[in-house]
Design a protein. Structure first.
Length: 833
């Protein structure tokens, strides 16, 4: 179905308009016009931020017609809409991405240069909206890019946190958190829509009553209300007319000022209401895969879910449909359990507010909602104490009990007398302080449940969701994650993109499988030379950046070995450190050791309350301090921790990488997406058979992937037979020497206490089995070293890695979702002049 829109254009036909025109002179005029009229600045007084803002408005003007046209088609009853519900959207800077997607990079560059400015400087100054912790939020951002590029009408729904993920500084080798003030200069990309605000209720109590038809009903009398104000950001598709919307909700008090309280002299009380309400969207919880059970977090979740569902219902009714067909117009994807209170809220809206019968409402709810699971880590599975839940959402708790009782009745029929199974499946965990299990709620209330990589989806069926799989196998499926090649290749690696274009022409950015046409180029010495030169240049740029940022000089002719991701014990950054110390120890013993020089680069944030992760950062920086200054080794080894890893930093780092570290303990990384960004940019992976590594290896070929470590089954077997890390320590001389060296205070100015918690943890518990995988890892790293020294073959493997990454475009993931879960089609938009 292609739809045409005929919006009023406000343009004079045939005349290039300052708001839409793409001629160089027009762009320049528009740019200075925005600087003057929107920023209120003359060029001689304008800062780089002012110029950035003026350019952002100039670009935004050029997408508005498509944005309004896309908004317009959403109102048509026959157009199906995907709603992506996510507590996190880690969008990254918009300007550069929009220039690429609108295909206006070249004219804008020219216009800006002719104005005596530098486009890259303006792109670089954008404060990135860091409204996410890591993989999950960034995945949501890639999916919005692909939805728009595939012309699927979609709305991303989330929270407009005033403070996103903290900025990280490294002080004396430790992480220090700084508030992220991304909104300090204003946000040119968003448009507030206060006229579409909705009211959100909390607390209070419920009251049964009988309606005029004599039916039993329940009324929720809330204790407080908050307003949700939508802020919309346009999400451009690549080279298409579709511009979807990211709708983020900001919490505000219903009345900006309580005059009664004020007049009675209670100024504090009057303002307090406003302050308390706004707290809800104040700050993103900075924990990745670790629940904290804080009341404010549940408030945030319910807040954005209720705002979004009310918005969806309004759109449904405004399109002329009734709620009976909500599932025909909307498919709502819950990104993890964070939005899973949607199951209860949609039921409440349909039953209590729109007076549908329970069974009918339940049918609509389950046909509308679907759930993506992102983790097997037990500490990440969300639970809310029944008492906390009931005090904040008393009506929802009743609804959850009702859903549970009906659900468990069905389970009883299917498995008579199986109390243990009933206990596992129940939405309520009856052990200790009773709690609501959000993953169970999501499973029961959805028509589809998916994991994010083939291995992860299989493990879900075997472990955490095993009982659900046995009961409802038809709901389970896999959608392997993907990343957008527009941001992660075209925008971040223009040099490689240009080289690929020269070889295979364009068009591959939307059909990433076409990169396979590069395979033959891997055998072409001339092409390999060009490939190597591109990588070398980008490495030199990163080396400059590292020198500016950290004062550490690194040699671009060494192997760039990179691990960037959240710092977490299961991701095993400290295994990487054990390898570095092993090389250091070897070189100290034999300074003439023949090895390729290596630069180890780390980046990533630790959750502020996660002591072990923070100590891992300190270990990396401390080892770096010693190694980088030691003349015996520093020509061959360098260790860098680059502070404040974020999307912008990722864009610099992935293109420069030669070796990608994906070394989690098998069975624990659901998918990973950094692994895909690295390979797409021609890095080789050293990794375990975990998450999407498994599929990456299948695609690129085992001979182009450095595999090490135990498989999931081996991990399980070792654990069940009783894992004893100490036995590895005692039986492996080098491992013992490496651990002893760290424990001796060699990297901590003689302080033997600093790393004791890490060392003791490894020797006495080692939950992520570093010691068991150590030797295999070191052997594999030696293989990497030998391979790197055969530089022609290395480049060959690098080209083949990039050439075979088609599967990991988020376009493929979105097509999978669209076909198997959403039944959503492309709706190409024609804009009539
Ligand atoms: O989601 C993650 C990431 N930490 O955000 N999980 N969560 N929750 C997984 O650990 C990654 O493996 C996964 O790639 C990502 C997106 O699905």
């Amino acid at each position: 179905m292609t739809v045409s829109t005929n919006l009023p254009s406000f343009h004079t036909p045939g005349v290039e308009d300052d708001r839409t025109g793409l001629g160089i002179e027009t762009l320049k005029r528009a740019f200075f016009d925005n600087l003057y009229y929107v920023q209120g600045k003359l060029p001689n007084r304008a800062s780089t931020v002012d110029y950035y803002m003026a350019l952002a408005y100039t670009v935004r003007d050029r997408l508005l017609q498509r944005w309004l046209a896309t908004e317009d088609i959403l109102t048509r009853p026959e157009v199906r809409i995907v709603g992506y519900l996510s507590a996190e959207f880690l969008m990254g800077p918009h300007l550069g991405n929009n220039l690429i997607n609108l295909d206006i990079y070249a004219p804008v560059k020219q216009a800006i240069e002719e104005s005596g400015l530098n486009l890259q400087e303006l792109i670089d100054i954008e404060e990135e909206p860091g409204l996410g912790n890591g993989g999950l939020g960034r995945l949501a951002a890639c999916y919005l890019d692909s939805l728009a590029s595939l012309q699927i009408p979609a709305i991303g729904y989330g929270i407009r946190y005033e403070f996103g993920i903290f900025d990280q500084e490294i002080v004396d080798g430790w992480q220090v958190e700084i508030t992220d003030k991304w909104l300090k200069y204003g946000n040119p990309w968003e448009v507030a829509r206060p006229e579409e605000a909705v009211e959100i209720k909390f607390g209070g109590y419920t009251q049964p009553y009988t309606d005029d038809q004599g039916r039993y009903r329940v009324r929720w009398v809330p204790g407080s209300t908050v307003m949700g104000i939508p802020y919309d950001t346009p999400i451009t598709g690549y080279n298409v007319n579709t511009v979807n919307t990211l709708r983020l909700w900001k919490a505000e008090a219903p009345e900006s000022f309580d005059f009664t309280a004020f007049n009675q002299g209670d100024y504090w009380g009057a303002v307090n209401d406003k302050v308390v309400s706004e707290t809800i969207s104040k700050v993103l919880y900075p924990n990745d895969e670790q629940i904290q059970g804080k009341q404010l977090r549940l408030q945030q979740q319910f807040f954005f879910v209720s705002c979004s569902l009310q918005d969806v219902i309004r759109r449904q009714l405004e399109s002329g449909r009734t709620l009976d067909t909500l599932h025909e117009k909307f498919s709502l994807q819950m990104n993890d359990t964070h939005p899973s209170v949607a199951v209860a809220e949609l039921m409440r809206l349909l039953v209590d507010e729109h007076m549908l019968e329970w069974d009918h409402a339940w049918d609509i709810t389950t046909r509308t909602l679907a759930y993506t699971n992102h983790t097997l880590l037990p500490e990440a599975l969300e639970k809310w104490s029944v008492s906390l839940f009931g005090s904040l959402l008393p009506r929802h708790l009743e609804i959850i009990f009702e859903i549970n009782s009906r659900f468990l009745d069905q389970v009883r029929l299917r498995y008579p007398g199986d109390e243990a199974r009933l206990g596992q499946l129940s939405l309520i965990d009856e052990g200790g302080d009773r709690s609501v299990r959000m993953a169970n709620l999501a499973c029961v209330g959805s028509h589809a449940i998916n994991g994010v990589a083939a291995l992860h989806s299989e493990l879900l069926k075997k472990t955490v969701l095993h009982d659900f799989y046995e009961l409802m196998p038809e709901k389970f499926c896999n959608v392997t994650n993907g990343v957008t090649p527009r941001r992660w290749l075209a925008l971040s690696n223009p040099r490689l993109t240009a080289l690929i274009d020269r070889r295979i022409g364009n068009g591959w950015l939307t059909h990433l499988d076409r990169l396979r046409e590069l395979e033959s180029a891997a055998d072409d010495a001339g092409f390999r030379h060009e490939w190597r030169m591109v990588k070398r240049d980008i490495k030199a740029d990163l080396a400059d950046h590292i020198a500016n940022r950290t004062g550490i000089s690194v040699n671009p002719d060494t192997l760039f070995d990179i691990q960037v991701k959240r710092i977490h014990e299961y991701k095993r950054q400290h295994l990487n450190v054990l390898h570095i110390v092993t090389l250091y120890h070897r070189l100290k013993q034999n300074p003439n050791q023949d090895m390729a020089g290596r630069t180890f680069i780390f980046g990533g944030k630790a959750a502020p309350g996660y002591d072990m992760a923070k100590r891992i950062i300190k270990l990396i920086t401390s080892v770096g301090d010693v190694v980088n200054k030691d003349p015996d080794v520093s020509d061959r080894l360098r260790v860098v921790f680059l502070p404040d890893y974020n999307v912008t930093f990722g864009q610099r780092v992935y293109p420069a990488a030669e070796l990608s570290e994906q070394i989690s303990l098998a069975g624990l990384e659901a998918s990973g997406t950094g692994n895909m960004k690295f390979s797409m940019n021609g890095a080789l992976t050293i990794g375990t058979l975990d998450g999407a590594n498994v599929e990456i290896r299948e695609e690129v070929g085992a001979e182009n992937f450095f595999l090490f470590g135990m498989k999931t089954e081996e991990v399980t077997a070792l654990r069940s037979q009783g894992y004893n890390p100490m036995s590895y320590y005692h039986s492996n001389e080098t491992l013992k020497a490496v651990i002893d060296l760290i424990a001796s205070g060699h990297f901590s100015h003689g302080d033997r206490e600093l790393f004791r918690p890490l060392i003791d943890n490894l020797l006495y518990h080692d939950p992520y089995m570093l010691l068991a995988d150590y030797q295999s890892y070191v052997d594999c790293q030696d293989q990497v070293d030998r391979a790197y020294r055969d530089s022609e073959n290395w480049v060959r493997m690098s080209i083949l890695n990039a050439a075979r990454m088609g599967k990991f475009s988020s376009d493929r993931s979105i097509q999978d979702y669209a076909q198997t879960i959403w039944q959503a089609d492309a709706v190409p938009i024609e804009i009539e002049a």
